[in-house]
Design a protein around this ligand. Structure first.
Ligand SMILES: *Cc1c(COP(=O)(O)O)cnc(C)c1O
Length: 423
């Protein structure tokens, strides 16, 4: 598949030969005023709605209407154990064991709860290392944890930065930071796939480095889950968290996933915040006993979960389960490779792809830096029927997802970009 060709014919032929082509029909594709499909390139921000979602959510609305509180036991999918219906498919999507996975809360909340357990600073080991261009919510979360424990958030924050005139991060530089101040760093928390550059990190390598210096290591996989093969268990990371509304197509603000490595599953001494949903399922409703910690990731839950949101997650995960992350990842590499090829064929000096060119170091997103551009470029793309994402100062991020984007989408996107740049 490396012999890409220019021309619409080639794109249409690739779509014809695509084994996953019918999945596009299983999603609602937003339309322009004339009823034509928009070119939707922002599955990295909000994934599209599977057509099955409505029925999954309706089922729970119906059961609630007909059964009231009895739905906890009598619903078609009894609500009491609803989160358990998601565990196995979610575990497959992120490469984990079921005991390591729970769907709960929202992403930033989960990062905080993970830090309650895995950020245990001492007087000498208290710093937190993040990427210099971490997602703002992660940076604020980490800073507030430092403050919460009485540290100066500026002094306590260690940034892994790109070199001058570079965009991507280098492992040698991380190693150097650890050599110099590894014994002061309590926690490393890195975005598994950086939201801005699209760089997919070697989670295992980072984890091994961190552990070698005695640091705990966690990943924010918001841009990785459903996009790349994360292999969380094998990475050895202490924890990870991700939202499900990006590549996992479960709807705006939907619940998040959380991974806690199996080696912590039975450790009752690990500090954590608890609620009735972290308590032993057998005695949860006795209500008056001593707290009895559930093993595994489930033991980090606090509350009984929102079923309507989980129904939407189930609809999406059932699709993921049907196809498998292996096949999705294979198509993703072809689609993004094709996107990269077309951009390079443009031969435009004004654009530079800042995402790694190695397909194993990225997911489907390409971040395109456009010299002297401003947000009007993004506005022109919208006028031309392209939904992409603009990041100041000069980057458009486009994420052709293997589930619902076509080679034709990518072809048309690049044509439109060319026309705008040449106008
Ligand atoms: C999308 C995203 C978030 C958003 O956090 P919420 O708590 O879901 O609002 C946080 N971190 C990263 C890296 C993200 O990509």
């Amino acid at each position: 598949m490396l012999n890409y060709k220019t021309g619409l014919d080639y794109a249409l032929e690739q779509d014809q030969n695509d084994k996953l082509k019918n999945y596009r029909n299983q999603f609602h594709i937003p339309k322009d005023g004339n009823g034509y499909d928009l070119i939707y390139m922002t599955g990295n921000s909000l994934g599209l709605q599977p057509k099955t979602t409505k029925a999954y959510v309706n089922q729970e609305l119906e059961d609630w209407a007909n059964l009231g509180v009895e739905g906890h036991f009598e619903a078609k999918n009894p609500w009491l154990g609803y989160h358990e219906y998601l565990t196995e498919s979610m575990a497959k999507v992120v490469g984990a064991k079921p005991i390591e996975i729970v769907v709960m809360n929202t992403l930033t909340a989960n990062l905080h709860f993970m830090m309650v357990s895995f950020y245990q600073p001492t007087k000498t080991r208290y710093k937190i290392l993040i990427e210099s261009d971490a997602f703002p919510s992660d940076k604020y979360a980490v800073e507030s944890q430092l403050r919460h424990h009485g540290f100066d958030y500026k002094e306590g924050l260690v940034l892994w930065k790109p070199r001058k005139d570079e965009e991507l991060l280098r492992y040698e530089d991380l190693e150097q930071i650890l050599e110099q101040q590894g014994d002061e760093i309590a926690l490393m928390m890195i975005g598994g796939v950086n939201y801005y550059t699209g760089q997919f990190f070697d989670l295992k390598r980072i984890t091994q480095l961190g552990h070698k210096y005695g640091c705990k290591v966690g990943f924010d996989c918001a841009h990785g889950a459903g996009n790349v093969k994360l292999n969380l268990h094998d990475s050895g990371a202490d924890f990870a968290a991700w939202c499900t509304y990006k590549y996992l197509n479960s709807g705006p603000g939907s619940l998040a996933g959380c991974f806690i490595h199996e080696r912590h599953a039975y450790n009752k001494n690990l500090n954590r915040f608890a609620g009735w949903w972290s308590h032993n399922k057998q005695t949860r409703f006795n209500m008056r006993g001593e707290f009895d910690q559930l093993p595994g990731a489930e033991g980090w839950q606090l509350s009984n979960p929102p079923i309507l949101s989980m129904a939407a997650i189930k609809a999406s995960l059932d699709l993921f389960n049907e196809v498998g992350i292996e096949k999705l990842s294979k198509k993703s590499k072809q689609l993004t490779g094709y996107f990269e090829f077309l951009l390079e064929e443009l031969n435009e000096d004004s654009i530079k792809i800042i995402t790694p060119s190695n397909p194993d170091e990225r997911g489907c997103q390409l971040s395109i830096q456009v010299k002297n551009a401003d947000k009007t470029l993004h506005d022109k793309l919208i006028e031309a029927g392209v939904i992409s994402d603009w990041r100041e100062p000069d980057v458009i991020r486009c994420a052709p997802t293997p589930f619902y984007n076509s080679f034709e989408d990518v072809y048309r996107l690049v044509e439109k970009l060319k026309n705008i740049l040449n106008a």
